[in-house]
Design a protein around this ligand. Structure first.
Ligand code: ADP
Length: 597
């Protein structure tokens, strides 16, 4: 194993790099400046953190928001990497204390906001430290063409010039058109940088655009159906936020709100409540979000259209960071265009207005587009060679063609044959997906040739195919049973390859957690630990990690150490708690079984 992978495993608990990570890391380590465009959730942080660990000296990360820095630092500390961040709440002595520790090599990664670089005395003090890398997060903010343009970002280039030794400069963003990329490279004065442009497509996001819908009805119906999911509803103005928030609150929903006209305390309180999983839905203007790296947001609703495609894609990108399926609904009424135009004309500096109006025009074209929405977005970001069909946007669903699913049907039917028509639907699905449940162990179904034959399919998708097979008469329900199935004449035709099966599925699905009750117990544990340690729940465990644990059901520390995403530090710190939850759950299940007999 090379040293990058050893560190990845030791600190983060992952066995392999995500797409692009290794390439970027090795270029940085070889001493090259780097500009990296990776989608949200693509794992940008590790790209500069692993080099930081390998380099002598300090890595400074320039990051736009305090909350973002705090989360990163909390995260790094829990996995055992020494790091700090400098924010407005610190006294001069405290800041000096941090810089001193950095000077003596006691801190590996230091996060600062770009505004720090407005101060000459700060620059002077930092200049004394041995800095190996400066990483710029949200690097699109450097460019006037970027959607979150921040003046202080322009100071970075000058700051670098004042340093006695030029560190390696690395820049990261999730969304950058070629224009933003070129502009940022120039302004940051990157030297022949290695440019990595990952595929910006986020496959787990499902994009829906609804035209001229009754917005209030849509939102209430959606939240009602989507119970227990966390989500953000974006509005254009503070007035709209107040109105929608009041409307939902009156109807008893667990909502919060966030906009620039609220007091800082109130805003921070609501943000914390949302991040701590106490508020499920937050109604907000676009002021909310840049620092939100909560991993389990499962939906974003744009109550009013966004200002441009970059903002829209950044906003929807806040959902599904954990890789789970997430819904992005945009409610588009043509009369909203005038409101957005008004906002641009009244709130944006004159010299940027034309740029913004042009971007609004692109956004309108996007909303009116008849083809695949993701294809449109990818093209906008200069991504060539994208499929013009994603099967995860409302246009693709609408235009969906019927698919030939004969092979899937044959796999399912043959599994029913091999299990002698003796198992119910859920066991059948488990066999097909290769999951060893108690019945499967007991009857040795894992020895069947059809065991794990559909392991890359989600359970929901297999169930959907089964329902379609029954509906179309290729399979029958067994009478007097709850969920068993039996083959019929038509099934045999399919099995023998004499008949093809065509199915039109509504949506792709990736529901992967196998035991919701155990998952709920882990969420409670996570909340306890997060309270005790004063960090956000998802910093302790992401939902994905919990699902990994639930699905693998580890009973020993050794088994637990094989779980993806659980590094050495977390394993030692939280391992005993996790195993206790599982032991208790074992007992609980046993008690139920005994009670039932
Ligand atoms: P970004 O900043 O690009 O949005 P993050 O750095 O926050 O992404 O990473 C997103 C998630 O992916 C985090 O939960 C992180 O722990 C996880 N992650 C990062 N690298 C890997 C990897 N190599 N394997 C698995 N998960 C990873």
């Amino acid at each position: 194993m090379n040293r990058e992978t050893i560190l990845l495993n030791k600190f983060y608990g992952y066995n392999s790099f995500k797409e692009g990570q290794y390439e970027v890391i090795s270029k940085i380590i070889s001493g090259k400046d780097c500009f990296c465009v990776l989608p949200t959730g693509g794992g940008k942080s590790i790209c500069y953190q692993i080099p930081a660990l390998l380099f002598e000296g300090l890595t400074i990360v320039i990051s736009p928001l305090v909350s973002l820095m705090k989360n990163q630092v909390d995260d790094l500390k829990t996995i055992g990497i020494s790091s700090e961040y400098i924010h407005g709440g610190l006294s001069l002595e405290e800041i000096d204390g941090i810089l001193k520790r950095a000077y003596f090599g006691e801190i590996k990664i230091l996060y600062i906001a770009p505004e720090r670089l407005d101060s000459e005395s700060f620059i002077k003090k930092v200049g004394k430290i041995d800095i190996s890398q400066i990483a710029i997060d949200e690097a699109h903010c450097v460019s006037i063409w970027g959607h979150d343009f921040r003046k202080s970002y322009l100071n970075i280039g000058r700051f670098i010039e004042t340093l006695p030794r030029r560190p390696i400069i690395t820049a990261f963003t999730a969304t950058a058109t070629n224009q933003v990329l070129e502009d940022s490279i120039k302004l940051l004065n990157l030297k022949k940088p290695f440019i990595y442009k990952g595929n910006p497509n986020r496959e787990n996001l499902q994009i829906y655009i609804h035209k001229e819908e009754d917005k209030l009805e849509f939102v209430t119906d959606f939240i009602k159906e989507n119970n227990s999911g966390f989500g953000i509803i974006y509005c254009l103005t503070t007035k709209e936020v107040d109105g929608l928030y009041g409307y939902l609150k009156d109807r008893g929903y667990n909502v919060g709100k966030y906009h620039g006209k609220m007091s800082i305390e109130e805003r921070n309180f609501n943000q914390e409540e949302f991040l701590n999983d106490n508020i499920e839905v937050i109604v907000a203007t676009n002021a909310f979000g840049m620092g939100i790296d909560k991993s389990n947001i499962s939906f974003i609703i744009h109550f009013t259209m966004a200002k441009n495609i970059e903002s829209y894609y950044q906003e929807v990108g806040r959902a599904g960071r954990d890789g789970e399926k997430a819904y992005c609904h945009l409610l588009y009424n043509r009369e909203d265009i005038a409101s957005v135009e008004y906002l641009i004309n009244t709130s944006i500096e004159f010299n940027r207005r034309e740029v913004e109006l042009k971007k609004l025009q692109n956004f309108i074209e996007f909303c009116d587009y008849e083809g695949c929405f993701k294809y449109f977005i990818m093209n906008y970001f200069g991504e060539k060679n994208t499929k013009d069909y994603c099967n995860s946007c409302s246009n693709c669903f609408k235009n969906e063609e019927v698919r030939d699913m004969t092979i899937e049907a044959q796999k399912i039917l043959s599994c029913i044959y091999r299990t002698k028509e003796e198992v119910g639907e859920s066991v059948l699905v488990d066999i097909l997906r290769g999951i060893r449940g108690p019945k499967i162990e007991e009857r040795k179904y894992y020895e069947l040739s059809t065991f794990a034959i559909m392991k890359e399919y989600s359970g929901t998708l297999i169930r959907d195919i089964i329902s379609e097979l029954i509906e179309q008469g290729y399979l029958s329900r067994k009478e007097k049973t709850y969920s068993m199935m039996k083959l019929n004449k038509k099934s045999l035709e399919v099995l023998k390859g004499r008949e093809k099966v065509f199915i039109k599925l509504e949506e792709k699905s990736t529901d992967l957690c196998l035991d919701q009750e155990l998952f709920k117990r882990f969420r409670i544990l996570r909340k306890d630990l997060s309270r005790r340690e004063g960090v956000k729940p998802y910093i302790i465990f992401t939902d994905n990690l919990l699902i990994e644990i639930v699905n693998n059901y580890p009973r020993t520390k050794e088994e637990l150490s094989k779980i993806k995403g659980l590094g050495e530090n977390k394993l030692n710190k939280y391992g005993p708690f996790i195993l206790t939850v599982i032991r208790d759950y074992d007992k609980y299940k046993k008690a139920i079984e005994t009670g039932a007999n």
